[in-house]
Ligand binder design. Structure first.
Ligand SMILES: [Cu+2]
Length: 348
């Protein structure tokens, strides 16, 4: 009851205030009829436009210079340099236009503010001017689109033959990384084979699967092309490694890929940033559920020799989970045991 009367009371007061204001306006119209009078607020508003323009320009320039490094991630891949160049060319062209139009946007209200003795110029159209402002942006935008298309084609062309292949699978809520093992061939997978242990559904009917291994973090060689084969197990995820300028969706039922060449080791990036704790990482950039935030995968870039060393020391997944040998066809069992470095003893 009290709430309703409060609301009604509030509405009543609001109505009274509005009526008083309306009355006040009408009275002032009658009083000043016949003579035009420019209030001082007109001049103040015009002056404030200039103040806002100048202070705004000073502040944005100062802030952009001061905080540049906060918003600019160092780049650590070959194609990242090309992508960055495209970004800065686009930024320069659109930035110049943006600044110029905004200077005019604030300057014109100041220059053309209402003055009692000035009359507005009647300016219906100007074909030449309209042609200029149509053709110039059309040419510039065509250049930007073609340049962007060239960059896109460059970075999405098929990976070189000798690329290191790494599979990355997104699932709620982690990444599963798989390397092809010593045969350098990733085995097949089948979603029907997924269980609590075989998280990504590796198919052990395929002999390429026997030596595949799953490390906890992704290790990559510097200076060698790496092809990520990307897939998702449940919902949409997205592989995002900002330092490599890498972003590609992981789509259930539709494998995607992305290849790139890391060009700075983790150690080099640590030295560059002066931060010993720095690590490259892959994050999920698709809001994929309540555990989305935890989809962080560390990436370590090392010198190629160190990578080969690490690669050769990894243990095939099958050798840690020998019970999955039962899924291997009988005629391949012997091969599976050799490739998974299993001895008879481990099985019994
Ligand atoms: Cu995700």
């Amino acid at each position: 009851m009290i709430q309703i009367s409060l609301i009604l009371g509030g509405l009543l007061i609001l109505a009274i205030v509005l009526l008083v204001y309306r009355l006040h306006t009408l009275v002032s119209v009658i009083r000043s009829s016949g003579k035009k009078k420019v209030s001082s607020s007109n001049k103040i508003n015009a002056a404030l436009m200039m103040v806002f323009l100048i202070l705004g320009l000073i502040f944005t320039t100062w802030y952009s210079v001061k905080e540049f490094d906060t918003y600019n991630l160092p780049v650590a891949s070959d194609h990242g340099i090309i992508t960055d160049r495209l970004f800065w060319v686009t930024m320069a062209i659109t930035g110049i236009v943006f600044v110029l139009t905004h200077i005019l946007l604030f300057y014109f209200p100041f220059k053309y503010q209402f003055k009692e003795n000035t009359r507005a110029l009647f300016f219906p159209d100007n074909t030449k001017l309209e042609l200029i402002w149509t053709i110039v942006p059309a040419i510039v935008l065509t250049f930007l689109v073609l340049y962007g298309l060239k960059v896109w084609n460059d970075i999405t062309k098929p990976a070189p033959e000798n690329a290191e292949v790494v599979e990355i699978m997104g699932y709620q809520f982690a990444w599963r990384v798989r390397y092809p093992g010593k045969d350098k061939q990733l085995g097949e997978y089948d979603f029907r084979l997924i269980d609590a242990t075989n998280v990504s559904g590796i198919d052990f009917r395929d002999k390429s699967s026997f030596d595949d291994f799953h490390p906890r973090e992704m290790v990559l060689p510097k200076g060698r092309p790496v092809e990520l084969k990307i897939r998702a197990r449940d919902v949409l995820h997205s592989v995002f490694a900002p330092h490599f300028r890498l972003k590609m969706d992981a789509v259930p039922g539709m494998p995607t890929r992305f290849w790139f060449v890391p060009n700075k080791t983790t150690a080099e990036m640590r030295a560059e940033l002066g931060n010993d704790e720095f690590n490259y990482e892959i994050a999920c950039t698709e809001i994929c559920g309540r555990g989305h935030f935890s989809m962080r995968l560390l990436v370590k870039v090392v010198e190629p020799e160190e990578y080969d060393q690490w690669f050769s020391e990894q243990e095939p997944w099958l050798s840690r989970n020998p019970e999955y040998l039962s899924q291997v066809p009988d005629d391949l069992k012997e091969l599976a045991m050799i490739k998974a470095e299993l001895s008879e003893v481990t099985i019994d």
